[in-house]
Design a protein around this ligand. Structure first.
Ligand code: BYC
Length: 481
C-alpha cells in the first residue's frame, strides 16, 4: 500500500489499507448511509445541489496533498487519511515515556482513550450543524466556498474519529459512532457534548470569530492528541492539523477583512472616533466596539473548552501517555512532570491570584495559556489594520475570568479586565462587554447575500488573493436553481 497517496477506488478513499481489513471496511460502509442522511439533514441548507470549488485531500504528502475541483457537497470524497507512520516512534511523555508507541489500544487506557476520541469526534459534526444556515447570507461566493470547505472538512474529521472507533473499539466503538450521528447542536434532549458547540452561529461575524477562536482550540487539542502514545490517534490528528490551518486562515482573514472595510469606510467618511458607533454604522460597516464585543463572547466561550483549572482527567491522560502538551516534542523538561509545579490563576478569598499547583493537574491551563498566546498573536495582526489607517483603536483579549461557565471563574462575575463584580453590577454592565440585542439586530441587518462573482457585501473587504490563485471574479460556487 502507498501510504502517501490515497486509494480512491472504493466507496471510502483511504490510506489505511481498508481493502485488506474487511471487518472495518464493512462497519464503515454500514455507517456511511447514516452519515449521508445526517449530512443531507444537518449540513449546509439550500446548497446541496450546487457545484462548489472544493479542495479534496488526495495525498498526505505535505508538499501537495490536495486537488481543487467543482463538487456537489454530498458527492464529496470523505476519506480516512493518516499521516505516515514514523519508524520506531516512542511514547514521548508520561509514565511510559521511551517505550514503543502503541499500535493497538492499551487495555488499561481504553475507556480514557475512547472518551477523548468521542469528545473530539462530537465537535466536528456540531460545528457543521451550527453553521448550516450561513450559506444563505454569504457576503460573497468566495466566502460561501470557504464556509463549505470548512464544513466538508469537519465532516472528514468526524470520519477520522469514527475510523478509530470502528477499528479499535469493537462494539462500543460502533455504538459511539452511531451516537455521534444522533446528538444535535443546541438540542435540549440530545445536545452536543461541549458547551460552545451548542451555541448558535447566527451571522458571518460569528462564523469568522468561531473559526479564529474555536477552531484554534481545535488546533491546540489536536496538537496535544497528536503527541499521543497511541500511534493511530497521533497520525490521524497530525493530518487533521494540515486541514485545520485553512479554517483558522478563514477566521483570521475574515475578521481582518471586516476591520479593513470598517477602517477604510471611516477614513473615507472622515470619521476619526471609532466610538461614534451610530456614525460608523450608517456607513453599512461593523463598528470596532461591536467587533470587540463579539471577540469577547467567542474568546470566553472557547476558554471553557479547556475544562477545569485543576483536572485529574488531564493529569491521568498525560501520565498514561495518551494526551500530551502543545508541541511536547519541542519542550525541554523531563516530560513526566511528577515533581514540577505550574502557576495558574485561581480565586483566593474572592480575588484572582496566581497560585503554583502540581504541573500534572494543571495541564488544561498549560494548554490554555499556549492557546491564549496564539490568540494574542492573531489579535496583534488584526491591530495593524486600524494602525495603518491611523485609527486609534486596538482589539484586546478579555481576562480569562470574564464570562466563564466552566471552572474556577464560573463562580464569579468579572469584567474584561478581570475585576470581580457583583451580580447586580454585571447585569447593568454586561451590555458594555457582550453583544446586546440591538448589536445583534444591527449585524443581522447587514447579512444580505451577495452572490454575484467578484462582488462583496458592504461590510467586508475582498481578500488579497483568491483560493487556488483564482482571479477576483471566479465563480467559486455555481448555485443550483
Ligand atoms: N462543556 O476534568 P475536567 C475542535 C466536563 S475543538 C461541558 O476539567 P477534562 C473543533 C468534562 O468532560 C477541540 N463539559 O475535564 C473546533 C468532565 O466530565 P466527566 C475538541 C465540560 O477532561 C471547531 C468534567 O467536566 N477536542 O476540534 O480535563 C470546529 C470535569 O472536567 C466542559 C477536545 O476537546 C465543557 N466545556 O477537560 C470543529 C479534545 N469542560 O468526564 C472542531 C478532547 C469540561 O467528569 N477533550 N467538562 O463527566 C479533552 O481533552 C477534555 O475532555 C476537555 C475537558 C479538554 C474537553
Amino acid at each position: 500500500m502507498n501510504i502517501v497517496n490515497v486509494d480512491y477506488d472504493g466507496l471510502i478513499p483511504n490510506n489505511v489499507g481498508l481493502n485488506s481489513d474487511q471487518r472495518v471496511k464493512a462497519a464503515l460502509e454500514k455507517w456511511h448511509p447514516g452519515y449521508l442522511d445526517w449530512w443531507n439533514d444537518m449540513g449546509p441548507e439550500g446548497f446541496q445541489q450546487s457545484l462548489v470549488y472544493l479542495r479534496t485531500a488526495v495525498s498526505v504528502d505535505p508538499k501537495g496533498w490536495a486537488k481543487f475541483d467543482y463538487v456537489k457537497m454530498p458527492d464529496y470524497k470523505w476519506g480516512i487519511l493518516l499521516a505516515p507512520q514514523v519508524d520506531d516512534r516512542k511514547i514521548p511523555f508520561g509514565s511510559h515515556k521511551g517505550e514503543a508507541a502503541w499500535q493497538e489500544v492499551p487495555g488499561e487506557y481504553r475507556a480514557m482513550l475512547r472518551r477523548l476520541i468521542v469528545i473530539q469526534g462530537d465537535t466536528e459534526p456540531a460545528s457543521v450543524e451550527q453553521q448550516r444556515f450561513l450559506g444563505k447570507t454569504a457576503p460573497s461566493l468566495y466566502d460561501m466556498r470557504n464556509l463549505f470547505q470548512v464544513n466538508v472538512e469537519e465532516g472528514r474529521h468526524l470520519w477520522a474519529m469514527v475510523y478509530l472507533l470502528q477499528k479499535y473499539f469493537g462494539t462500543d466503538g460502533r455504538e459511539e459512532a452511531e451516537a455521534l450521528l444522533q446528538r444535535r447542536s443546541g438540542d435540549t434532549d440530545t445536545p452536543r457534548m461541549l458547551g460552545a458547540f451548542n451555541e448558535e452561529t447566527p451571522d458571518w461575524l460569528s462564523f469568522f470569530m468561531f473559526t479564529f477562536f474555536t477552531d484554534r482550540d481545535g488546533k491546540m487539542q489536536l496538537e496535544a492528541l497528536a503527541q499521543s502514545g497511541f500511534d493511530p490517534l497521533s497520525r490521524t490528528c497530525r493530518f487533521m492539523l494540515t486541514e485545520e490551518a485553512h479554517h483558522m486562515f478563514v477566521g483570521e482573514t475574515g475578521v481582518g477583512r471586516v476591520i479593513e472595510c470598517t477602517c477604510a469606510a471611516m477614513k473615507q467618511a472622515g470619521i476619526q472616533d471609532p466610538n461614534d458607533i451610530q456614525a460608523v454604522r450608517k456607513l453599512g460597516v461593523i463598528d470596532l466596539p461591536t467587533l470587540q464585543k463579539k471577540l469577547n463572547l467567542h474568546f470566553s466561550l472557547t476558554l471553557d473548552l479547556f475544562g477545569n483549572e485543576i483536572s485529574t482527567n488531564a493529569a491521568n491522560a498525560f501520565h498514561a501517555g495518551i494526551k500530551g502538551r502543545f508541541r511536547e516534542d519541542k519542550l525541554e523538561d523531563d516530560h513526566k512532570l511528577e515533581n514540577s509545579t505550574y502557576p495558574i490563576s485561581r480565586l483566593v478569598d474572592g480575588k484572582i491570584s496566581s497560585v503554583d499547583v502540581p504541573a500534572l493537574s494543571a495541564l488544561n491551563m498549560r494548554l490554555r495559556d499556549d492557546y491564549v498566546a496564539d490568540c494574542a498573536a492573531g489579535v496583534g495582526r488584526w491591530n495593524r489594520v486600524p494602525e495603518k489607517f491611523g485609527i486609534a483603536f486596538q482589539l484586546t483579549l478579555p481576562h480569562v475570568a470574564f464570562h466563564r461557565q466552566i471552572g474556577e471563574f464560573s463562580k464569579v462575575k468579572a469584567d474584561i479586565a478581570g475585576a470581580v463584580m457583583t451580580d447586580k453590577e454585571w447585569e447593568s454592565r454586561k451590555g458594555d462587554f457582550l453583544p446586546s440585542d440591538s448589536d445583534r439586530e444591527f449585524i443581522e441587518s447587514l447579512m444580505k447575500p451577495e452572490f454575484e462573482p467578484g462582488k462583496f457585501a458592504s461590510w467586508i473587504a475582498p481578500p488579497k488573493t483568491g483560493i487556488d490563485n483564482k482571479s477576483g471574479d471566479f465563480e467559486y460556487v455555481k448555485i443550483a436553481d
